[in-house]
Design a protein around this ligand. Structure first.
Ligand SMILES: NC(=O)c1ccc[n+]([C@@H]2O[C@H](COP(=O)([O-])OP(=O)(O)OC[C@H]3O[C@@H](n4cnc5c(N)ncnc54)[C@H](O)[C@@H]3O)[C@@H](O)[C@H]2O)c1
Length: 375
């Protein structure tokens, strides 16, 4: 990983993080390996408008690249959109040496990676994340995929980008709702792997952190710590056999809530918001099943409930009957990729910084954990 010019770790993916990190992209495109590659750029309508001009400015070579623009949002992460872009790549006679650059949030990087993995059995791709969630999570680790039949990430492959360029200056135009969504992944990362960072976040308070300018040092520091942590786990356990599963804290219930909200127009939860709500429930499950103590359990739950109060209200407003909503959530939980032999498996906390994977929980315990979101 290269942080503002410093090489810290080496993985299959070169990760450049920090202001001016995009300078490295120009060098890569001019290197003997990629000089002759045809370059394609995937954006959505927002990143095409807010981020592409800045990218072309620092890397004028990209001015002649062919661009694919998708509609922003989760519905573009689909097999239909991927197939449309594969057809366009074929029409443009893109060959196996072609290079795809995904410039956007997690939707663009998940879809772009999936397209790159499938085109002619795999072309190279680069992630340039422009959302906070993309920077700290989605662009790193090589998980690619699309949603299918209203279920999250059901089709996909592990396929690493050749490089990731994380420049926090892109965050200037990112709406606050998406800063808050990305912040949930920073909190998760702190809860599973960095008790010092968690204490700092807790001391400062979500309201103060979210009100701060994202170009400031505290944000840069949180982004960097989260990137390093995720990259280390992804390098050690690329296919999520064991260690990397610790990053799933909050995600089992979070994904079910996100899928539930995919079918609703009024109560759409952003990915990070759903993970934050999932962490409320899974903190309670941690207390029940993993021994998370009487001090940390309420601390975490009240922090998350106050930071994501509006999202809880929106979800609550969309639920007419809790029993039938919980039934739908259980159905969705059964699709979770972590399950085995029909048992629901969770990553839970024994303490902050001490996660434990593959813990089972029963229906009543899960219902009690869901109640913690609303009560
Ligand atoms: N592959 C992984 O490991 C992984 C990890 C976590 C999440 N994800 C996936 O990531 C997706 C969520 O990512 P996301 O929150 O970035 O969503 P997103 O890609 O939809 O981006 C959020 C919104 O912000 C806009 N946007 C992005 N950057 C902007 C900028 N700089 N200025 C203005 N607008 C900007 C986008 O157009 C979009 O409207 C989900 O599909 C989730 O499943 C993947």
């Amino acid at each position: 990983m290269i942080l503002s010019g410093r090489v810290v770790t080496v993985s299959r993916t070169r990760i450049h993080c920090g202001l001016n990190s995009l300078d490295g992209l120009h060098k890569l495109l001019e290197s003997p390996e990629y000089r002759k590659s045809r370059v394609f750029i995937l954006v959505d309508n927002n990143t095409g408008k807010h981020c592409l001009p800045a990218l072309v400015e620092v890397c004028p070579l990209l001015d002649s690249a062919m661009m694919f623009e998708i509609e922003e949002g989760e519905t573009s992460k689909s097999l239909d959109v991927a197939a449309k872009i594969w057809s366009e790549l074929l029409s443009a006679k893109a060959d196996r040496q072609s290079l795809l650059i995904s410039l956007g949030g997690g939707v663009v990087s998940d879809l772009g990676g999936f397209i790159a993995a499938g085109y002619k059995r795999g072309i190279s791709y680069i992630n340039i994340p422009t959302s906070l969630l993309g920077m700290v999570d989605a662009s790193i680790g090589g998980k690619t995929g699309v949603n299918h039949l209203n279920l999250k990430n059901q089709l996909g492959v592990f396929y690493s980008p050749i490089a990731v360029y994380i420049d926090p200056r892109f965050l200037k135009t990112l709406p606050l709702a998406h800063i808050r969504s990305g912040f949930a992944e920073i909190v998760k990362s702190a809860l599973v792997g960095d008790a010092v960072l968690w204490r700092r976040i807790l001391r400062q308070g979500a309201g103060n952190i979210l009100a701060e300018d994202t170009s400031g040092k505290p944000w840069q520091d949180m982004i960097l710590k989260t990137v390093i942590f995720k990259n280390r786990l992804a390098c050690q356990d690329f296919r999520e056999q064991k260690l990397r599963k610790i990053l799933n804290f909050g995600h089992t219930i979070g994904h079910a809530l996100e899928s539930l909200s995919l079918g609703s127009n009024d109560a759409r939860l952003l990915h990070g918001d759903a993970v934050a709500l999932g962490m409320i429930s899974e903190t309670w499950l941690s207390h029940l099943k993993a021994g998370l103590d009487e001090t940390e359990t309420p601390e975490i739950i009240s922090f998350l409930k106050s930071a994501y109060r509006t999202q809880i209200e929106v979800l609550e407003g969309s639920i007419k009957n809790r029993t039938s909503a919980y039934d739908s959530i259980f159905d969705l939980l059964l699709h979770d990729k972590k399950n085995a032999e029909g048992k629901l498996k969770f990553t839970l906390l024994q303490a902050v910084g001490k996660p434990k994977i593959n813990l089972e929980a029963g229906r009543d315990e899960i219902a009690a954990a869901l109640d913690k979101i609303f009560d």
